[in-house]
Design a protein around this ligand. Sequence first.
Ligand SMILES: O=C(O)c1ccccc1N[C@@H]1O[C@H](COP(=O)(O)O)[C@@H](O)[C@H]1O
Length: 212
Amino acid sequence: MSRTLKIKICGLTREEDVDQALSLGADFCGFILYPKSPRALSLERATELVSRVPAGKRVMVDVATDCQALERYRDAGFDYFQIHCSPETDAATLEAWSQLVGRDRLWLAPRLAPNDVFPIAMMEYADTLLIDTFSKDQVGGTGKVGDWARFNRLKSAHPQIHWVLAGGLSPDNVRLAVTSTTAQHLDINSGVETQPGIKDPAKLREVFRLLR
Ligand SMILES: O=C(O)c1ccccc1N[C@@H]1O[C@H](COP(=O)(O)O)[C@@H](O)[C@H]1O
């Protein structure tokens, strides 16, 4: 299995899970600030947890963030800003996010339904795009595997973008994800949990054993 694969463990809410993810070699630790998520943290709590994470690995996750909140997140010491949003997000909003944190630190996750055309214009605002599983009822953390063929098509058509594969990744399918897609960056969340926000130490160990 490739050693250049980047692995993000997301939805962290506890010190012990952060420490374990880092000791296993996580490249990124994700903290969800979206209040409707079952993994949501207050900014104060996220800041406490983030202080355990080395610079360069700290990712904030939110949905259609307003600019004032994004400024607060930026000032709280996150390195990257993963924003789940509508594929129809207007250019002014994308521009404002990109200006606030820099396109190199903005990770956009457009919520793409199966027949949606990918919003190519987003590539002007962010170097990193995340492809997550679509659900009518949820914006993220679905625990369901998405359209890997679409991921491969997008990555091959737009090699200048850093593409992240997300959605339902777990010890049961991470190897298949790596062999069936061209992903070089995986985002793993509910697939290594016992319940939302609580990571399972054995599943965490297993994904790293399988991937490293
Ligand atoms: O996990 C959540 O609750 C969540 C809520 C709102 C936006 C994003 C969220 N999680 C992200 O969803 C993907 C895939 O998660 P899963 O592996 O299917 O559970 C991942 O990027 C999480 O960061």
